[in-house]
Design a protein around this ligand. Structure first.
Ligand code: HEM
Length: 135
């Protein structure tokens, strides 16, 4: 179940990225980035990089089996000193929700091909109406 949650967070990260102040001059991929610039790191493009994730647009929870992706390539909660302090709480909440939904209910989407819109968080276009049937 955890692999499924991670794969959803990879494909549709709730936080798209964030801005950072550049503290020292540095080179990146041949580009000179001067101190004082504001830069943006993108969760989405990191998660869809085929160098780190084979067939990046394919839903494949098994990529999180075993050792999983290399450090700093799966970053829905970011990484380093600014990493989300609510990460473990969010993880628990997501897994408890999924557990109860799957174990206690048979359920189905009312709009099978509903799209996701990003504004700025990814949400279902029509709020994902579902029908629940308790077991
Ligand atoms: C799926 C759920 C969540 C995701 C994907 C997420 C993601 C993130 C990310 C990417 C950042 C870094 C933003 C940045 O660098 O500017 C962040 C920061 C933060 N998150 Fe979360 N978060 C989640 C849930 C939570 C929860 C449940 C809490 C609190 C209970 C929380 C509290 C915070 C706080 C306080 C910060 C700011 C930390 C700082 O500025 O040093 N988050 N989160």
């Amino acid at each position: 179940m955890e692999c499924i949650a991670c794969e959803v967070l990879r494909l549709a990260p709730p936080v798209q990225g964030a801005f950072r102040d550049v503290l020292t001059d540095f080179m990146y991929e041949g580009f000179y980035i001067p101190k004082g610039w504001k830069i943006y790191w993108s969760t989405h493009s990191t998660h869809k990089n085929s160098e780190y994730f084979l067939e990046p647009y394919k839903f494949d929870p098994s990529r999180f089996d075993g050792r999983g992706p290399v450090p700093y390539t799966f970053v829905p909660f970011e990484g380093g000193p600014k990493m989300c302090p609510g990460k473990e709480y969010a993880r628990l909440e997501i897994l408890v929700f999924m557990h109860n939904l799957v174990k206690r209910f048979k359920w189905g989407k009312l709009i099978p091909d509903e799209n996701i819109v990003v504004n700025p968080m990814p949400v279902s276009k029509k709020s994902l109406p579902i029908q629940l049937f308790p077991y």
